[in-house]
Design a protein around this ligand. Structure first.
Ligand code: DON
Length: 555
């Protein structure tokens, strides 16, 4: 072909793609765990920002209006898919301080010291959120960082009315706030009631310092000094831990199945690999006539989930420190073979299920938000302090909470973490290693087009909640709000229980499941999924009714 011909050919392709993408309509949409944050995300998009810009403003807003989980003292993951189809995964997960040691939560006899990894100074991992937002902005943002900070600064300065759920939660944690903060009284009150205005003047000032100083404003200088001062009594974080923190762009897990492509988070999240394994195992079964949340359905999914969580406990950890057998875990035949051992009418006890053996080892508070923009970009972010209000430690004078993410490591083989998860060498504590996570921000393509953006908080239940929501959409064809609201259940191998939400805890469901060997336990609520669904040229949001979540679309 002559040069001219190839030019002509390229031109036609560009024209064709251009027409094609012209046909597809994209929308600005935001779903977050708090109405104030959703509103701010929408404002950014209205002002011409892209989904990345909106995600930065939302992340900062959540650190103000959802202090139990939104954060600048924690970490998280971002999956995004740009209009070009290119997908990115950003890991801004916390990491262990350099002085952390494998047995730091054990006493002299090798026993776990209660609550050391979940409360107070020693539970804190080196925060990643601020580095993450600057990194995301540098690569994919379009608006000035100043303008993105200003929304959260104003929110913190002026205050906002707390919701009923927040008032209840804040009252519940008063004792902890007092116990772990002898030198400040952030979020303390004799009694919070719905509608009270929460102003956070010190936090507004902190955000101003970071706005002016960039990432250094947080990781070096007066804020960093106060983090060390606040935590020095029992903690091990050092100034150099903060200075050296770096978020990392990773290759997303990309897994095609049927008409869909799953784009999700690789280690140190276990979510992307687990989701792909769940889908591969499920494909061994014909689900055409299986009813949603029927005995058969709950049995089958629970059996699959057990096997995937057994693998998680042995094989998954931070790939920079442990060689995760990622190709083996994602091998179709391996997962099918495991699925074939599932009995359709009988539960296999968890102690009879172990992780797969590969010949050679190659080398409950979080918050999720989903955003799309009119340019065709999509962002899925899950961010956390770990449990509600993290370590419960506020940084003196700067008004923000530090995480208790160290509990996501395996403190001792066989000892469950706060989510009941077991771990092994793969997820043992090592200096500067990232702790394994279940956070699963995810995007699904259908026929190579943007289709579904979703994720949720919920510790270990994150993986199964995302899995079930995907199935609600692609298998049961539910509208997205119904898919998100539908009752959920969860199995994580150990303990050997199916956890079901209240509405599923009925005799007609529990008795037959007991009869085939399952233990059933009731849970008040599983996950808070926030999702956006594209269907042809229309869009809809699913904001979980279990929380204060709000979805908004600019039409
Ligand atoms: O990274 C993880 O898996 C946990 N730290 C997430 C915690 C969580 O989702 C709590 N939310 N309810």
């Amino acid at each position: 072909m002559t040069n001219l011909n190839s030019f002509f050919c390229c031109f036609l392709i560009i024209l064709f793609l251009g027409c094609n993408s012209n046909k597809k309509r994209y929308f600005d949409a935001v779903v977050t765990g708090h109405p104030q944050a959703t509103q701010i995300g929408i404002q950014v998009l209205e002002n011409g920002g892209n989904a990345i810009d909106a995600s930065i403003a939302v992340q900062l807003a959540l650190s103000v209006c959802l202090p139990s989980a939104g954060n600048i003292g924690g970490g998280g993951f971002m999956i995004c898919r740009m209009n070009s189809g290119k997908a990115y995964a950003l890991d801004f997960r916390e990491k262990a301080p350099k002085k952390a040691t494998r047995n730091m939560y054990l006493d002299q006899d090798g026993n776990i010291v209660d609550s050391l990894s979940t409360y107070g100074h020693l539970s804190i991992g080196v925060p990643g959120t601020i580095d993450g937002i600057f990194e995301a902005h540098k690569k994919l943002g379009s608006m000035s960082m100043d303008s993105l900070f200003n929304y959260a600064i104003t929110l913190a300065q002026r205050g906002f009315p707390i919701t009923q759920k927040q008032a209840k939660e804040l009252n519940y944690y008063q004792k902890d706030f007092k116990k772990f903060n002898p030198n400040n009284n952030y979020l303390q009150s004799n009694k919070w009631i719905e509608g009270d205005t929460l102003k956070q003047v010190d936090l507004a000032n902190t955000l101003r310092i970071i706005k002016d100083g960039g990432r250094k404003g947080f990781y070096e200088g007066e804020i960093a000094t106060s983090i060390i001062e606040t935590t020095k009594e029992n903690g091990v974080i050092s100034i150099s831990d903060l200075k050296n923190y770096k978020s990392i762009w990773r290759e997303p897990i990309i897994f095609p199945f049927d008409d869909y492509t799953l784009i999700s988070m690789p280690p140190p999240s276990s979510g992307g690999i687990a989701l792909a394994q769940l889908l591969m195992m499920l494909s061994n079964f014909d689900l055409n006539n299986v009813e949603h949340n029927s005995i058969e359905y709950i049995h089958l999914l629970s059996e699959i989930e057990k096997r995937v969580f057994a693998d998680r406990s042995i094989h998954l950890g931070d790939m920079d420190y442990y060689s995760v057998p990622i190709n083996d875990l994602l091998n179709f035949d391996y997962n099918q073979d495991r699925a074939k051992k599932i009995k359709l009418k009988k539960a296999t006890p968890s102690n009879k299920i172990s992780n797969g053996e590969f010949k050679k080892l190659e080398s409950e508070e979080t918050t999720h938000f989903s955003i799309t923009d009119k340019y065709g970009n999509a962002v899925s972010v899950t961010t956390t302090l770990n449990t509600n209000y993290g370590s419960k430690v506020f940084v003196n004078k700067y008004g923000f909470l530090l995480n208790n993410e160290m509990d996501d490591f395996s403190s001792k083989p066989g000892h469950p973490n706060v989510y009941g998860l077991l771990g092994s060498d793969a997820n043992a504590i090592e200096p500067e290693k990232r702790m394994l996570s279940s956070m699963t921000p995810t995007i699904l393509e259908k026929n190579n087009n943007l289709f579904l953006v979703l994720g949720t908080p919920g510790g270990s239940t994150i993986i199964t909640s995302v899995f079930q929501t995907i199935l609600n959409v692609i298998l049961f064809k539910m509208p997205i709000q119904d898919a998100v609201d539908a009752p959920r259940f969860h199995h994580q191998w150990m303990p050997d229980n199916i956890y079901v939400e209240k509405v599923l805890y009925t005799d007609s469901l529990v008795n037959p499941l007991n009869a085939i060997g399952h233990n059933i336990k009731e849970r008040s609520s599983i996950g808070h999924v926030n999702a956006i669904l594209y269907n042809q040229n229309s869009i809809s949001t699913g904001a979980d009714h279990r929380g204060d979540n709000l979805g908004k679309i600019l039409q």
